[in-house]
Design a protein around this ligand. Structure first.
Ligand code: NAP
Length: 282
């Protein structure tokens, strides 16, 4: 039997009808759909494409996409100002600050300006802390996508060795915390990790989260490991050399069609939840 394809795209599609029902109930109650605001600074084509995809997914489930485009030269203070206006806007239930911001902008300061209640991408320090402590709150959408895909397919996490390659604040660190909370034994790798191939060889679950095309090679992968590829690089390829490594795995997320579509739906799901919390329903 070949590996199981962890089909995030189908899972995400399946989330749409119940989310549309909840969004409709919110619209009835408050006379307005829940709004997901996306702040994009500059014109990075990949980011523009993600923002468009998120907007389309919002429309499919009756969430109102609110798009704020800011020029590349915007300062940290200007981005924080935009976030604060969205914090104060009752029509906006969730705020997404599209990563990466231009280098001169203090991304973490901008993330931290998002009110915790509207931080539906789970990027501010408080959201991270609540996730790490297993407290109620919004989660990093990509991390939630990964864990929910594993859960849906009944992939055992407890007691397993999980190796996460990448330690970014939006992905590597938060997914490591969620896997730890699921009782995996987690190793977090980064650019200074020594002997990365051997560390990856220990893994029952490998998470590629570094943004380097096909970087994790087939001969680093243990027979029967579960491969979760969060990477999305030019040419529609992930961070794991899935072409060669998938056959050794017991299950893997394809790229595209794995983690990405589920991330968008988790973002929208957390937006709907944020609107429900304000109304005291759900
Ligand atoms: P990032 O902020 O650039 O972080 C990359 C991480 O990878 C860093 O921690 C870095 O280590 C590590 N790294 C870089 N080169 C390495 C190497 N040679 N060996 C080991 N570790 C290395 O990237 P990101 O924003 O987390 O994104 C990572 C990937 O995920 C990208 O392909 C991105 O497109 C994708 N992504 C997908 C989704 C989704 O929903 N599907 C969402 C977000 C991101 P240091 O900390 O030591 O520099």
């Amino acid at each position: 039997m070949g590996p199981i394809i962890l089909d995030g795209k189908s899972l995400a599609k399946g989330m749409e009808p119940p989310l549309a029902e909840r969004a409709a109930r919110i619209r009835e109650r408050r006379g307005r759909a829940p709004g997901l605001a996306t702040v994009m600074v500059g014109d990075n084509p990949a980011s523009a494409m993600y923002v468009r995809m998120k907007g389309n997914a919002c429309r499919r489930v009756g969430v109102e996409p609110v798009r704020i485009d800011m020029p590349e030269g915007s300062t940290t203070a200007e981005v924080i100002g935009a976030v604060e206006r969205l914090n104060a806007d009752p029509g906006v239930s969730g705020i997404l600050l599209q990563h990466p911001l231009p280098r001169h902008v203090d991304e973490m300061a901008c993330f931290n300006a998002i009110s915790v209640a509207k931080d539906v991408d789970g990027v501010c320090v408080s959201s991270f802390g609540m996730a790490a402590m297993g407290m109620e709150g919004h989660r990093s959408a990509t991390s939630l996508s990964i864990v929910s895909i594993l859960r849906h397919y009944g992939i055992p996490i407890e007691g397993r060795e999980a190796v996460v390659v990448g330690r970014s604040p939006i992905l590597g660190k938060p997914v490591s915390m969620l896997l730890l909370n699921e009782n995996a034994t987690v190793t977090i790798c980064h650019s200074r990790t020594v002997g990365l191939p051997d560390v990856v060889r220990r893994a029952d679950i490998v998470v590629g989260a570094l943004g380097r095309p096909r970087f994790i090679k087939a001969d680093w992968v243990k027979e029967g490991a579960v491969l979760v590829d969060a990477g999305y690089n030019e040419g529609n390829v992930g961070d794991i050399d899935l072409e060669n490594a998938a056959a050794k795995s017991s299950a893997y997320t394809p790229v595209p069609g794995g983690v990405g579509p589920m991330t968008i739906m988790q973002l929208i799901s957390q937006t709907v939840r944020a609107a429900e919390m304000v109304l005291g329903i759900g």
